[in-house]
Design a protein around this ligand. Structure first.
Ligand code: ADP
Ligand code: MG
Length: 238
């Protein structure tokens, strides 16, 4: 079954078309990467999956139901942003627990879920720290744990590594890959970085100016780019 099914989605801002007839299926447990240059519509597409914005036309199905009119809180989807703001005055534990407290969950259940999420991202030893006592990578993982704890059906990540320096980005990418292998979440990951896409994606969706140019495994795309745009963008051999 597909977790997310995007059917003929078009998006306009005023009269400007920023996405044209997007058709895309996100399969259960896959790590799908949306790759394309800045301004091609990646974030807009992700925001519509999350319900933060609506298509101008077309449908988005989540777990088989038409989600076009479902508010974000009813979509069972977590979004990790570029600026994963943690609450500086709260401990790591409380940062992760926050979405569950908002939901009004029981103390014991919160404790259990926070420990589970912290263990997955390997920060269980730091739960009593404040964010400022953590490294950039650990703060990143705290933000991931805060999304994980809600047990979302789909995990959306919008260039989550772009604020890290090159060295940390490499480590974080590797961690994310291992994490994905271990947990097998259904994820849609946005990046404009082809190296990141090739390293992380099980399938890659190459976008340009509001259109999908190709969908395939990293190998498909590298070895058989659909057109010269894809070839140039990926850096495939001629
Ligand atoms: P990407 O994430 O691939 O860099 P975006 O989805 O952010 O691209 O933007 C796609 C296009 O839509 C850009 O031309 C951008 O300027 C435009 N855009 C995005 N959000 C809005 C908005 N709220 N109002 C008007 N135009 C927007
Ligand atoms: Mg963007």
């Amino acid at each position: 079954m597909s977790s997310v099914n995007i059917k003929n989605v078009q998006k306009k801002f005023d009269e400007q078309v920023v996405l044209t007839r997007i058709n895309l299926e996100v399969r259960d447990h896959e790590f799908l990467v949306l790759l394309g240059p800045s301004g091609c519509g990646k974030s807009t597409l992700l925001r519509m999956i999350a319900g933060l914005d609506n298509p101008s036309s077309g449908q988005i199905y989540i777990g088989g139901t038409d989600a076009t009119r479902l508010p974000p809180k009813d979509r069972n989807i977590a979004m990790v942003f570029q600026n994963y703001a943690l609450y500086p005055h709260l401990s790591v534990f409380e940062n992760i627990a926050f979405p569950l407290r908002v939901r009004g969950e029981e103390r014991a259940a919160i404790e259990k879920k926070v420990r589970w999420a912290a263990q997955i991202v390997e920060i269980e030893r730091h739960l009593s720290r404040k964010p400022r006592q953590m490294s950039g990578g650990e703060r990143q993982r705290t933000a991931l744990a805060r999304s994980l704890v809600r047990e979302p059906a789909v995990f959306l990540l919008d260039e989550p590594l772009s604020n890290l320096d090159a060295k940390l980005r490499h480590t974080a990418r590797e961690e994310l890959r291992l994490f994905q292998e271990r947990v097998g979440l259904t994820s849609v990951y946005v990046t404009h970085d082809q190296v990141e896409a090739m390293g992380l994606g099980q399938r890659i969706v190459v976008m340009d100016r509001g259109e999908i140019r190709q969908i395939g495994t990293p190998r498909d795309i590298y070895e058989s780019p659909a057109d010269t745009f894809v070839a140039t963008f990926i850096g495939s051999p001629p």
